[in-house]
Design a protein around this ligand. Structure first.
Ligand code: NAP
Length: 344
């Protein structure tokens, strides 16, 4: 007999922001770490595949899911502590990311404003170390808790344990988000009291200048970021999408120089380790895919990096467009784009 928070044959169409049709064999709505422990120890669920689902905003469902989908809905946000240097703010994995960021700002605890309007949940944020406009979430995580779904035990991971990298973490590197090894339950952020606005990105400084703001408050910076994102990114409710669809490629300095010789407009961002980050959206646009459709899916007209479902798309449509765009970019630039969402 399964606990009543587990539902068989659950429709996932409204639970993935690309709105791809699929079913989960079982769907558990998780509101506490204790429920995860119960799932881990339940004899009828032993050996079943698991996947922790946040907002479903970074996901391509390639078919029905034969196993237990854990819909992470653990609530809660609070000030967990404070010292002379920082506020420590704790949030449950199921909180909506953007709402949480705006709540911290309203309470007077700045730091996360550059990450406003990133879709998804708090619990998903560390997995790919979400980042935007010169800030990565890992910089502001103190520690997090996750339940080991083999044993049901809660484990604490410090920020150092998480081994954050560019859109990367231990959870992603080890594939734990795919195998359902750990489910992140709570995160404690360390928000330093000494605050500096991060405005170096061209779009951010331009938006502030447009509004004649020299020294932005955290709220003004958040408002600028929200304006920029709303201009470029489609609302998934109106036009289903999974945000940026390809990772920004990081290539060797030699390849970047060779590409820039052939394509002088190529945006290049040198990294501390000597490699060079390229803008995936620029490559997709130059390869001719901005605003272009293939069947019911396409690359968005205002931001070539976003794959959109124009209505009724199936997983095979998304996969066909993914292939076509990758082949076009490879043929023109010799760069292999890697999709950012999880293909499940
Ligand atoms: P964008 O602003 O057009 O920038 C494209 C690329 O240029 C990104 O790789 C960005 O690096 C880089 N870049 C731009 N200005 C830079 C600067 N001053 N210094 C260093 N690198 C610079 O990108 P977009 O697609 O519209 O996205 C806007 C922001 O949201 C970006 O920061 C992007 O990374 C972020 N974003 C994050 C996620 C995620 O966390 N999953 C998803 C979508 C977008 P960075 O990538 O290092 O910023």
């Amino acid at each position: 007999m399964l606990p009543d928070f587990i539902q068989p044959h659950a429709d996932l169409t409204s639970r993935n922001s690309l709105a791809l049709p699929a079913q989960a064999e079982f769907l558990a709505t998780i509101t506490s770490a204790e429920q995860l422990a119960a799932v881990a120890r339940h004899p009828d669920l032993a050996g079943r595949r698991r996947f922790a689902l946040g907002g479903g905003s970074n996901l391509v469902l390639t078919g029905d899911f034969p196993g237990l989908m854990l819909s992470m809905a653990i609530p809660g946000r609070e000030l967990a502590g404070e010292d002379a240097q920082a506020w420590y703010v704790r949030a449950g994995a199921g909180e909506n990311w953007h709402d949480f960021v705006q709540w911290t700002l309203a309470r007077g605890w700045p730091g996360l404003e550059n990450l406003s309007l990133i879709p998804g949940s708090v619990g998903a944020a560390p997995i790919q170390n979400i980042g935007a406009y010169g800030l990565e979430v890992g910089e502001l995580i103190d520690h997090l808790e996750a339940v080991d779904l083999h044993t049901g035990k809660t484990t604490r991971f410090s920020a150092a344990d998480c081994a954050f990298g560019y859109r990367d973490s231990l959870f992603k590197r080890e594939g734990w988000h795919l195998t359902g090894r750990y489910a992140i339950t709570r995160i404690t952020f360390r928000l330093p009291k000494r605050w500096h606005p991060r405005t170096a990105y061209g779009e951010v400084s331009a938006e502030l200048a447009r509004n004649r703001i020299d020294s932005p408050s955290p709220q003004q910076l958040a408002a600028a970021i929200i304006t920029i994102r709303q201009k470029k990114l489609p609302d998934p409710v109106a036009l289903p999408n999974a945000g940026s669809f390809f990772q920004n490629p990081v290539v060797s300095a030699e390849l970047a120089t060779a590409l820039a010789t052939a394509h002088p407009q190529l945006p290049r961002y040198p990294q501390a380790d000597g490699s060079v980050k390229l803008a995936a959206g620029w490559l997709v646009e130059q390869a001719g895919w901005k605003g272009r459709n293939l069947g019911p899916v396409g690359m968005y007209e205002h931001q070539a990096l976003v794959l959109v479902n124009r209505g009724g798309a199936k997983s095979r449509d998304v996969q066909a467009l993914t292939r076509a765009v990758r082949e076009a970019v490879l043929a023109r630039f010799g760069v292999n784009l890697v999709p950012e969402p999880v293909f499940l």
